[in-house]
Design a protein around this ligand. Structure first.
Ligand SMILES: NC(=O)c1ccc[n+]([C@@H]2O[C@H](COP(=O)([O-])OP(=O)(O)OC[C@H]3O[C@@H](n4cnc5c(N)ncnc54)[C@H](OP(=O)(O)O)[C@@H]3O)[C@@H](O)[C@H]2O)c1
Length: 354
């Protein structure tokens, strides 16, 4: 009698253990369930599409422009009828335009170049109004904010002016461009706005006291903006590129201290084409992600730093719930390694001076 009741109790316990994951899955689905992103129809149905890319004359931005120009719909027509590139230097833009046009198979894509400084709102909005935000060109359905730059430095030796310079380009540049374009997307019934942060916007490391905060700031902006624009069917996406082999990265390498190089060696180097392909794919995806990462470590970092950020994807939500504490544990090993690299470089320098 006792044995019987013990075995029935344990089978009930086992059955309820099996129910827990099912209930968990159902709760996650209900919590993250949202209307399918309606403006996807803007990308799939309409014949005219306009993508705007800041920083489109070089590196990741240029590769995004080429990818957008290369993409076609099922019927063979171009995914985007208009591709607009924004950057400051006109001669670099001219070269970029020629390169981008070559990637369009039948020259059906109209490539427009605009010289403007994204960190100057008045100049930017006036220039955009007279060039690409006019009634002659379709309203942008997709905006990639990519323009940005980095100046590695040691805080104690830094020129204080670089803090406002980087904030103006990397943070305000994205805010200003979005401010100029988003109202038109709202009027047009929807769109997608992509903001380019960085792995340095997920973790602050040696030499990036000027750069990292500009990329962290984009996250706060993206989260608040996402909540405001969702009712207008305008989606916001935040991407975190890792080290990528671009002209900007090459320039940054000249200024890098030994500590930066050693920490970066842990992360590897990506090609701008693969970063661009994923950014475009995620921006056009039906199963829209809010956080876009690259590689295994990027996935770990995005899961680990998800915080209170929005999540629209079931797999992402499940990974965040199940893996956060494990990834936190792993991160302690990375932090220990970074600290010992910094300390050994510091002792080496002190010994050299002494
Ligand atoms: N490469 C990496 O390892 C890496 C990693 C993580 C994140 N990111 C981010 O990804 C973005 C692109 O990086 P990248 O390496 O491809 O850079 P890049 O090769 O240096 O290209 C930067 C682009 O931004 C434009 N730009 C810079 N300042 C501008 C301004 N004030 N107004 C308008 N356009 C401006 C540049 O053109 P002009 O100079 O002619 O204006 C250029 O077209 C940046 O936001 C960067 O922070 C890069």
């Amino acid at each position: 009698m006792n044995e019987c009741s013990t075995s029935s109790t344990s089978s009930t316990a086992l059955a309820s253990l099996g129910v827990i994951p099912i209930v968990l899955v159902l709760i996650i689905i209900i919590l993250i369930r949202r209307e399918r992103f309606k403006s996807k129809s803007l990308f799939l149905d309409s014949k005219v599409q306009h993508v705007v890319i800041t920083g489109g004359s070089s590196g990741i931005g240029l590769c995004i422009a080429k990818e957008c120009c290369r993409l076609t719909k099922k019927d063979g027509s171009p995914m985007f009828s208009h591709v607009s590139l924004i950057a400051r230097n006109m001669s670099k833009l001219q070269v970029a335009k020629e390169e981008v046009e070559k990637t369009s198979s039948n020259n059906k894509v109209v490539v427009t170049i605009v010289s403007a400084d994204v960190s100057n709102y008045e100049e930017l909005s006036e220039t955009l109004k007279t060039t690409i935000l006019t009634s002659n060109i379709p309203t942008p359905t997709l905006l990639f904010n990519v323009a940005g730059t980095s100046i590695p430095c040691r805080f104690l030796e830094s020129d204080p002016s670089i803090y406002s310079e980087l904030m103006s380009i990397n943070y305000l540049g994205s805010v200003y461009t979005t401010r100029a374009v988003a109202p038109l997307m709202v009027e047009n019934g929807g769109g997608t706005i992509v903001l380019t942060s960085s792995v340095a916007g997920q973790v602050g490391t040696y030499g990036y006291t000027a750069y990292s905060p500009t990329k962290f700031a984009l996250r706060g902006f993206a989260e608040a903006l996402m909540m405001e624009l969702a009712p207008f069917n305008v989606h916001v996406q935040l991407s975190f590129p890792p080290n990528t082999d671009t002209p900007g990265f090459e320039k940054e390498n000249i200024l890098k201290m030994e500590e930066c190089r050693l920490i970066e060696d842990e992360a590897g180097l990506f090609q701008p084409e693969e970063i661009a392909q994923k950014m475009v794919k995620e921006a056009l995806s039906n199963n829209t992600r809010y956080l876009v990462w690259f590689g295994l470590e990027g996935w770990m970092m995005s899961t680990l730093t998800c915080g209170m950020s929005g999540v629209h994807n079931f797999v992402d939500a499940l990974c965040q719930i199940l893996l956060l504490s494990l990834f936190r544990f792993v991160s302690l090993f990375y932090l220990k390694k970074f600290r010992s690299l910094v300390e050994s470089c510091h002792s080496k320098r002190t010994n050299q001076k002494g």
